[in-house]
Design a protein around this ligand. Sequence first.
Ligand SMILES: C[S@@+](CC[C@H](N)C(=O)[O-])C[C@H]1O[C@@H](n2cnc3c(N)ncnc32)[C@H](O)[C@@H]1O
Length: 198
Amino acid sequence: MSDDLDRDSWERRWTRVLDADPTGVDRRPPNALLLAEVADLPAGVALDAGAGHGSEALWLAARGWRVTAVDFAATALARGAGRAGREGAEVAARIAWVEGDLGSWTPPAAHFDLVTCFYVHVAGSVPEMVRRLAGGVARGGTLLLVGQPGAAGQTQVSVPDALEVLDTDRWEIVVAEDRRRGARGAATDAVVRARRRT
Ligand SMILES: C[S@@+](CC[C@H](N)C(=O)[O-])C[C@H]1O[C@@H](n2cnc3c(N)ncnc32)[C@H](O)[C@@H]1O
């Protein structure tokens, strides 16, 4: 893994961001793709893999989801946990902040009604990480993966990598596309939403 993608560099990055503007990340809205793809799902048990500042985990928890928020940057997790506390005891109690490296961290098998992963690069193989995360989705549950194609020096989830793993006998592919960000934006997001059949 290149040096600027490992745990220490993410720690430094989060520390720098929080030092520069301690409350700035608290104002970051949850990703619009999460709202678009998940708003129609009933609340259940969710995993946010690579949760960062926690905006997505907080949004889910505020809607009744019980969330496991995994990241390898303790600084980001601490900020998210503090923010959850300020949202109120009920929301805070619904989120477990877990320090883990998604290069190897494996969710409990078939446990989650929703597994999300937004903009996480991996040191190893993307299909291997997708396979591990997909293994955590319960029958009938949803896998939502979003990656930025060609993000500088990073390998994030792509549509082909995800589809390589998601066997259509076991998964209904609901969305698999490179979606333009904003009406006129040049950037695209690789968006994969799949529902586990069996
Ligand atoms: C670009 S940020 C995205 C944060 C959040 N998902 C979002 O969409 O705003 C990537 C996050 O993934 C975390 N991350 C990167 N590689 C990781 C790994 N191997 N294991 C766990 N977390 C990782 C970083 O610490 C960072 O918080």
